[in-house]
Design a protein around this ligand. Structure first.
Ligand code: PLP
Length: 478
């Protein structure tokens, strides 16, 4: 494709995306297709000769769009949002256009240095401690996901706990990590990848009402493990659990970690973005004093399209020591001078995209006040929905909805034999209607519906319509 052809088709693609976003509301939120339907409409073999780009655009409308679930739809309320925005999409396009591979500073200085500035900016916007900024011992880095951030934090924690031994000898001792029964599964998975399966991942129970980690149990488990000769390596506290956005008591957990010399990782994958609003910064109580690492995903709630997760560490040394290997083919004078950051040592893969461009684009376009307005709008819309649910005898509102997520369950008459199955069936009817998309979770053994407000296109009329549709779908079975 010549630059002129690129210009022509590029304009068509940008127009296509603009048309898509401006007509998104006309589409069913969830793709109605059955498994295999997209695949069946695609040729089984690749073309021998190149095809006109128009043909691809035609197939995009004909084959791909029907198989899309529209995450940017204002009636998309499932999971956590995956925010996209104009400036983020354009920033990502610029990154693709530059085609930079920023594994080390020398492979594109601006890729590294813009990232350093942007993650420091974000730390400031979120009110995170000065220790996380790059001019001290710590620093931030953009990862693809909170799962990768957790794995990197764990490797750093194991490095520190082993006094650097795992680098040369592998995981030879008995190391333990501590998560709650509500912690995201990525922590367990990070444990498995690092060779810590089974009983090396301790599941700390939670308070049955707040669903926050039981700190007394954590303290007891750590003492038990130390007495048994194991080495506690990492505790993960969550700010905004996946299931219900419960918040672990970070300060109390941190005090336990400090006393036992254990790494505290804070997973704020979704809710961390809320801290752009000063009135929501209480969620990070204890982080400044105790967190060794902290992760949040602008791709969940800060208008930045996937993928963009940020990990900050208080001390970058154990992370870099755990991950750094310098083969001959990567040697260069800048690295050897020690004056530059090579982010390849702050992540699992070697290669890295220029993700900082989209975050930079978002922060510059919206400014702090635009980002705050987005979070406040979602929190207010969630509160509006919660009030409607709370006022309706047909529903039970799960307590606590400080962010954009509201959890609730329909109340079914006692004649309904399996209330959870009935709730799931109602959700499936709603999702199949294409009018909105919800997801669910289970708390204390019972199904809850989850409605997460996150799309910048969602307005009061959408959450009110969601309430009416949900109420009607439940009413028809009562
Ligand atoms: N941690 C929490 C609290 C989450 O809610 C999620 C995903 O929803 C993750 C981690 C995993 O995020 P990612 O897909 O970025 O790995």
């Amino acid at each position: 494709m010549t630059p002129e052809e690129f210009r022509r088709y590029g304009k068509q693609v940008v127009d296509w995306v603009a048309d898509y976003l401006s007509t998104i509301e006309d589409r069913p939120v969830r793709s109605p297709l059955a498994p295999g339907e997209v695949r069946d409409r695609l040729p089984a073999h690749p073309p021998e000769r190149g095809e006109p780009f128009e043909d691809l655009l035609g197939d995009l409308d004909r084959v791909i769009l029907p198989g899309i679930t529209h995450w940017q739809h204002p009636d998309f309320f499932a999971y956590f949002p995956a925010n996209a925005s104009g400036p983020a999409i354009l920033g990502d396009l610029l990154s693709s256009g530059l085609g930079v591979q920023g594994m080390v500073w020398a492979t594109s200085p601006a890729c590294t240095e813009l990232e350093t500035v942007v993650v420091d900016w974000l730390a400031e916007l979120l009110g995170l401690p000065a220790e996380f900024r790059t001019d001290g011992a710590g620093g931030g880095v953009i990862q693809d996901s909170a799962s990768s951030a957790a794995l990197v934090a764990l490797l750093a924690a194991l490095h520190r706990a082993s006094g650097g031994k795992i680098r040369d000898h592998g995981v030879t001792g008995t190391y333990r990590i501590y998560v709650s029964t509500e912690t995201h599964s990525s922590l367990q998975r990070a444990g498995r990848i690092a060779g810590l399966g089974g009983e090396n991942v301790r599941m700390v129970p939670v308070d049955p009402v707040t669903l926050a980690m039981d700190v007394a149990e954590l303290r007891r488990m750590i003492a038990e493990d130390v007495a048994g000769g194991a080495v506690p390596a990492l505790v993960c506290a969550t700010i905004g659990t996946t299931s219900t956005t419960a918040i672990d008591p970070v300060a109390e957990i941190g005090a336990v970690c400090r006393a036992a010399g254990v790494w505290l990782h804070v997973d704020a994958a979704y809710a961390g973005s809320a801290a752009v609003c000063p009135e929501l910064r209480w969620i990070n109580d204890g982080v400044a004093e105790y967190a060794d690492s902290y992760a949040t995903n602008p791709h969940k709630w800060l208008l930045t399209n996937f993928d963009c997760g940020v990990l900050w560490v208080r001390d970058r040394r154990p992370m870099i020591d755990a991950l750094s290997i310098l083969p001959e083919y990567l040697r260069n004078t800048a690295t050897e001078s020690g004056e530059v950051i090579d982010y390849r040592d702050w992540q699992v893969p070697l290669g890295r995209r220029f993700r900082a461009l989209k975050l930079w684009s978002v922060i510059r376009w919206y400014g702090a006040e635009g980002l705050r307005a987005h979070i406040r709008n979602c929190v207010e819309l969630a509160a509006r929905f919660a009030r409607l649910i709370d006022a309706d005898d047909g529903f039970e509102l799960h307590p606590g909805h400080p962010f954009g997520l509201v959890c609730f369950r329909p109340r079914w008459p006692s004649s309904v034999p399996d209330p959870d199955a009935e709730t799931l069936a109602a959700m499936e009817r709603l999702n199949a209607s294409g009018e909105l998309f919800l997801s669910h979770t289970k708390v204390n053994g019972h199904v809850l519906l989850r409605l997460a407000v996150g799309s910048p296109a969602t307005r009061a009329e959408h959450v009110e319509a969601a309430y009416r549709r949900i109420a009607a779908a439940c009413q028809e079975r009562r």
